[in-house]
Design a protein around this ligand. Structure first.
Ligand code: NAP
Length: 350
């Protein structure tokens, strides 16, 4: 390919923006044109992302200084990108948004979970960014809204069960454990080291906003509306999400039936790995192995004494949970191999 795609990253000093920058620096078909930050404007990228020393010579600029480009990656806090979106669309024909502003299909649903939307007329232009569910729609779209990190892990963990009608649609309980980078780089009292270090803190027993996108996307692939029951807990890790799903199976469904469905959906997926080892330390997915990767690992077991199955999924929240997912969608939009730039297989031991 002779001409590289010119991309700019809005909110590039944050954790998701920094991860996109790291991935795209290794992407053979991309030229990174501009990166924005208000706090770091005029300073080198490596001031915010020291891992990029000697890898990136770009300096941050302000959003107002953005020039036209081919694709904009928008990595702003929830609620911010909708304020800029009309302007962004004039700058770039393709936009990949990492926040929550365009994930929900309707303004009513957005209003219920997040508050009033500043540009509701643009919501229907966006396609939900999980490639494993929406590959052909992403290919045809110019606007992609990447899934939330907890939502992405939950959806991938459960999707084949509902697609193949194996589970009772309204009784799934999700226990989600979350690393500290999931809340971004902006400090607060709850993320301050003495308050955050060593915690096992349930921050959302009920009412987690990702419930909306999980139910929305799973219902699209199910014969009946899916309802999930979600609790989220902060744990002692920087990167990583572990979803433990307690699923109640329909009458007569065996563990073999579940594996068959998961293989049917995921065996040919480059970034979903089914963990079926019966021996060894890593018999179930573990997020720490996935740091810096775009993988989602999934394992499962059916309870011999009941119709409960436990499905376990793990991702890096900054990888498949956001920046990796965004680059995978970018590759699909441009017809590149989906794995370009995303080949890193992680570290062991770590
Ligand atoms: N962290 C994760 O694991 C994760 C996972 C999935 C999805 N996401 C989504 O990704 C988005 C970014 O999250 P993050 O964790 O990367 O947040 P972050 O670390 O706080 O980064 C936010 C970025 O936006 C910039 N910014 C903030 N307010 C702005 C404004 N009003 N105008 C212009 N720039 C502004 C910040 O830089 P300046 O303040 O210097 O301008 C920074 O570069 C969020 O919508 C989040 O929901 C994050």
């Amino acid at each position: 390919m002779s001409k590289k795609i010119k991309v700019s990253i809005v909110g590039a000093s944050g954790y998701s923006g920094g991860e996109i920058l790291r991935i795209l620096l290794n992407h053979p078909y991309v030229e990174i044109q501009q990166i924005t930050s208000r706090k770091f404007a005029k300073f080198a990228a490596s001031l915010a992302h020291p891992n990029l020393r000697k890898r990136c010579s770009l300096k941050f600029c302000r959003v107002e200084e953005l020039k036209p480009c081919d694709t904009l990656f928008v990595c702003l806090p929830n609620g911010e990108s909708q304020k800029y979106m009309t302007h962004f669309r004039k700058l770039a024909p393709k936009i990949i948004d990492l926040g929550a502003d365009y994930r929900l299909d309707s303004a009513e649903s957005y209003n219920y979970w997040y508050g009033e939307h500043a540009s509701p007329e643009q919501i229907s232009d966006f396609v939900y960014g999980i490639a494993e569910l929406n590959r052909s729609k992403i290919k045809q779209s110019n606007y992609v809204a990447c899934g939330g990190c907890e939502a992405t892990c939950s959806i991938l963990t459960l999707y084949p069960l509902f697609k193949y009608n194996l589970a009772v649609p309204d009784r799934t309980v999700l226990d989600i454990k979350m690393g500290s980078s999931g809340t971004g780089g902006q400090p607060s009292l709850s993320t301050h080291h003495p308050e955050r270090s060593g915690v096992l803190r349930t921050y959302k027993p009920t009412g987690h906003r990702h419930t909306a996108e999980i139910e929305q996307e799973l219902t699209k692939h199910s014969s009946e509306p899916v309802k999930i029951h979600l609790t989220a807990t902060s744990v002692e890790a920087v990167r990583g999400i572990l979803v433990t799903a307690h699923v109640f199976l329909r009458e007569g469904v065996s563990e073999n039936d579940i594996w068959k469905a998961y293989h049917q959906e995921y065996t040919n997926e480059p970034f979903v790995r089914l963990i079926q080892d019966k021996i060894g330390v890593y018999r179930m997915p573990e997020p720490k192995l996935l740091a810096g990767t775009n993988f989602c690992d999934i394992g499962l077991e059916k309870d011999k004494n009941s119709n409960r199955a436990v499905i376990v999924g793990a991702i890096d929240n900054l990888g498949k949970g956001t920046a990796g997912q965004a680059v995978q969608a970018f590759n699909i939009m441009y017809g590149f191999e989906e794995t370009v730039g995303l080949e890193f297989c992680g570290l062991h031991p770590i």
